[in-house]
Design a protein around this ligand. Structure first.
Ligand code: ADP
Ligand code: MG
Length: 616
């Protein structure tokens, strides 16, 4: 390790994985990005006879590894669809002669590591028969599946060719498999084991003699500072907010802005550069950008000629830049599209791979939830995912680390301990996320049971008269806007029988709900998350409308009379509301002692002006 890789000590669970590897075990190893997964097979590859086969999803990742290995004097090759014929022949020749060589020791020119794309396994018969020869000659030491979550449709970055890797175990039942990933929630793990036909993981690390040994290093990375910021209602203002944020906190740092759509990525890139008077140089990355242009952008970004990449989630796996100091999410919608909180964790985790401090900012506005709901409703799992991330974004109290830990350990036997090195402090707060550092003046945690009860009563009254409401419709009506009336019908058979009905607030709900627009919308999202409300979808030929209806918890509350609720009876509902408060330093500024760099986490109302102080 020292001689070849110039690495002095093992990190995280590297030593255990290397040992299990040397013992020829099947292994799943989950370590955060940048944790050092490569060493866990590269070192054993040098210490065992034969060749280690590595399956990797991206050519850029492989090229990187091969360069490093060659620099260290390790015989490593890669085979992809694009490998030129003469080189392909030469490599195949070398592998064939290794396979038939009787020697069991180390041969000078033996290929120690062979990197291939999954297509090679799925599509090349020649390559599969070459592997068979290696196995028969006892020269295939192990099979490594890098980024193994690509095999599961439940993860993100699903790649169909990864699914076909099942033939590896089928054809070569005795070659150990090492599956590596940085992101592996329980259901994805189970899926990977099934697809790769690996034995079940039993009881964490203690596996039976032929079981799969499972290793996980703390997923929590203490150099990442998570913060959810209120998102201005107008697109233009959001651009100014983001541009100010970058100028104030990351003037000369590299970063990523994740956007929902290709169009968003393009317009955000253009506007940020314009708003900052070209001081922030941006680039665009999405699936429709030409490969050549993507390559160029990677290069310019690495060299710092482009400061910020505005991208869709297509920008991901191939990122090998260590000094990404910030990742901004333009919208919470993005984090849930097809994915969930693990998607957000993965995307934000592209920051700070070098171990230095980095900021992960999510711009959130409760109203985004409805837009997302209409996208998600066709998906079985979609609403669950939506609520997972809303719960995360909406939470202004619990430490972000603990929220992630809860999410990742839900319904699994993997303990919360996988989030820290020390089991006893598994539930300690991180001390540096927005919720840990929030000033009391910036938030109000409030018992909102009476308001919740009122909102439900008003909704019941509307439904009782044949009306239905969207989230913003409910918000307005409950606050007494629009004259306090609503229309019945609007769909189905009653389309032609619209009728305006006036709400009698006093008799229905004991009065209007006295909350500001922003507070009201926060509470409604909270009610959705807690299932006091639920989304109802109604599709027309052109669009899907999202309405709200009382959820399965509603009766627990509405069966009480107003007096009981006011007097503290019934279930209580807590809600956190953003408040204007004093300015606080950004975490990074605080750490670096850059006192002039003040970030205003002022919790301005979402629509309010940007309050970030201009540079001196
Ligand atoms: P991963 O695949 O888990 O994202 P890599 O294997 O690419 O991470 O390693 C990330 C970086 O960490 C590499 O530059 C590698 O050389 C370095 N590294 C790995 N293990 C150690 C170690 N034990 N000590 C110091 N640096 C290490
Ligand atoms: Mg890696």
């Amino acid at each position: 390790m020292k001689k070849v890789f110039n690495i002095g000590d093992f990190r995280l669970c590297q030593e255990g994985v290397c040992n299990a590897n040397m013992d020829g075990r099947d292994i799943v190893c989950v370590m955060p990005t940048g944790g050092g997964k490569s060493l866990t097979y590269q070192l054993p590859a040098l210490l065992t006879p034969g060749c280690t086969l590595v399956i990797s999803p991206l050519i850029s990742l492989m090229t990187d590894q091969i360069l490093h290995l060659r620099e260290s004097g390790v015989e490593a090759v890669m085979l992809t669809g694009g490998t030129p014929r003469p080189l392909l022949n030469e490599i195949q020749q070398r592998l064939t002669s290794m396979a038939s060589s009787r020697a069991h020791g180390h041969q000078g020119r033996d290929i120690k590591l062979c990197y291939v794309t999954p297509e090679k396994i799925a599509k090349s018969k020649t390559f599969m028969s070459l592997l068979r020869k290696l196995v028969e000659g006892g020269k295939l030491a192990r099979i490594v599946i890098d980024e193994a979550h690509c095999a599961s449709q439940m993860g993100h970055d699903f790649r169909p060719d990864y699914k076909k890797l099942s033939i590896l175990r089928q054809f070569f039942p005795h070659v150990p498999i090492l599956a590596l990933s940085a992101t592996c929630p329980p259901r994805v793990l189970q899926d990977i084991l099934k697809i790769l036909k690996m034995k079940p993981v039993i009881d964490g690390k203690a596996a039976p003699p032929d079981g799969t040994v499972y290793f996980s290093a703390p997923l929590y990375r203490k150099n990442l500072h998570y913060i959810v910021l209120p998102k201005p209602s107008s697109a233009k203002e959001l651009i100014v907010t983001m541009s100010d944020y970058i100028m104030q906190n990351h003037r000369n740092d590299s970063g990523i802005i994740y956007c929902l759509t290709r169009k968003d990525a393009e317009s955000v890139a253009e506007s940020i550069q314009a708003v900052s008077n070209d001081r922030i140089k941006t680039g665009v990355y999405h699936a429709n950008v030409e490969d050549e242009q993507k390559e160029r952008l990677h290069m310019q970004w690495r060299e710092g000629k482009v400061q910020v990449v505005c991208a869709t989630i297509a920008f991901g796996l191939g990122i090998d830049k260590g000094n990404v100091r910030f990742v901004l999410h333009h919208t919470v919608l993005l984090a849930i599209s097809q994915k969930s909180l693990d998607g957000y964790y993965q995307e934000s985790g592209r920051a700070g791979r070098d171990g230095q401090d980095a900021d992960c900012v999510l711009y959130y506005r409760p109203q985004d939830a409805t837009r997302q709901a209409s996208i998600t409703c066709s998906d079985q799992d979609g609403m669950v995912k939506l609520h997972d991330i809303l719960r995360f974004a909406q939470d202004m109290q619990e430490c972000r680390k603990i929220l992630f830990a809860r999410y990742f350990s839900e319904s699994s036997d993997l303990s919360m301990a996988s989030w820290t090195t020390n089991e006893s402090d598994a539930m300690d707060r991180c001390g540096h996320c927005d919720n840990c550092t929030r000033l009391p003046a910036n938030v109000e945690h409030k018992d909102a049971t009476v308001e919740t009860w009122q909102i439900l009563k008003i909704l019941e009254a509307v439904e009782g008269s044949g009306g239905r409401l969207t989230i913003s419709g409910l918000s307005d009506l409950a606050r007494g806007l629009g004259g306090g009336s609503f229309e019945t019908g609007g769909g189905g058979k009653r389309r032609n029988a619209k009728e305006k009905i006036q709400i009698d607030y006093d008799s229905v709900a004991g009065g209007k709900v006295r909350l500001s627009k922003d507070d009201m919308e926060s509470l409604i999202v909270q009610m959705l998350v807690l299932r006091y409300l639920e989304e109802v979808f109604s599709s027309t030929a052109y669009t899907v409308n999202v309405y709200v209806a009382p959820g399965n918890q509603a009766l627990r509350l509405t069966r009480f009379a107003r007096e009981d609720i006011v007097n503290g009876g019934g279930p209580r509902i807590q809600c956190s509301f953003r408040r204007h408060g004093r300015k606080v330093k950004s975490k990074k500024a605080a750490i670096n002692g850059q006192s002039p760099d003040m970030l205003d986490l002022q919790d301005s109302t979402a629509a309010g002006p940007s309050r970030i102080r201009k540079p001196a």
